[in-house]
Design a protein around this ligand. Sequence first.
Ligand code: ADP
Length: 434
Amino acid sequence: MALNHRTRLAVAAAASAGALFAALFVAGIAILKDAEMKAGQDELIPALNEVEDAVKANSVTPNLTEVAKANPQISIAVFDSGGHTITRLGSVDLVSTKFDGLMQIGDHPVLLESRDLNGDSIVVGLDWSRHIASTERVELFASALWLPLVAAVGFATWLAAKATFGPLERLAKEAEAFSVESLSSRLEIRDVGEYREFVQRLNRFLEKLEHSVRREERFLADAAHELRTPLTVLRGHIETTLMRSRTPEEYRATLRTLFQETERMANLVELLLHSALPTLERLEGMDLAEAAERAHARWVDRFADAGVTLELHSEPAKVNAPEAEIDVVLDNLMSNGLRASPTGTLCSINVKKSGSSARISVTDEGTGIPSEHATRIFERFARVDTGRSRRDGGFGIGLSLCKRIVDSSGGHIWVEPNDGKGSTFIVELPSSLG
Ligand code: ADP
């Protein structure tokens, strides 16, 4: 039979208490018996001395009447060297012995003290029956008390365990009712006693869980929505083209449009995949100046084609970050910078060391970011000018991907307005020692 934790604790406590009480009772009774014997001996010794004095005064027929009168509860006997009785007084017929302690004589347990006196021996004794009876009464009382005491300890433990585990059982029942459909449910904090902090932490964890599930749900819905747009465009083009026969030139134009749209979709799927994958956990030592040079080399021609000058100002700045992913961050910042920069403007990449961290920033003189969007643009699918950004090929995923990469490297990314003319995106990463 499986016992519940309350019964298990109560049985364990009762068993321990039972053993402890039994040991205490046995030890207590032994101490009591010992103390009584000592008291008895303390009573016998003076009588023994008095008998010795009387025997010394007259060894042939010692007069012990006075001694017996003064100690009526004590029996006295004197024996010669042959063990023959010289004198015997009192209620117990003492025997010749050299034994000190408790001895059974006839029906009586007797406490004895003896002394040898030039061949004669003196024995004094106390009838111990009364003491034995009182000790037996104490033993009986202790055994009668043992069971109720053990039961009381077991019951008290059961009650304490019930009070301690009661809230946990209730919380477990509440938690059992949770499901993905009831993600907004929280554990009841009322009547949880000392588990308050524990429940609060669990509730905070549930809140985070709900947050992340909602975010994933939103991501899925947004991703489906984003993929639907290019698909609708593709279908529209194909439908219109197929309505009648076309010239080879018209077919070519349609195919070019289809190609552009499929490119856009491929980019979107690529970004979605990248942002759904976990970021690299392993950080490596890398130089931000080298990453900036590589980004400059990759983008300078495309900026020139758009009539935008791309400058590079950098100094060596070693950081701990995944190199390939930092390249992804820079590509996103460069692509945004290029899209935002009108012809004839300047864009620059800057790398600077500052104390225990290093910064790489991309500054443009483009459209700029309104301050109310400065935080929001780092969320997935966030765009300042939805229509234009979509036309330009933006999906609103790039910056959220950048933030995820930079955050998981222990850094920060943020945007600062550039005096109302353009903006500066800054990535700050912890410096490495190397
Ligand atoms: P997108 O794919 O739309 O560029 P991002 O996450 O990279 O997605 O950027 C989110 C939005 O932030 C963009 O749609 C754009 O409105 C704004 N943004 C990003 N970079 C710049 C910039 N350099 N100048 C102005 N606006 C920008």
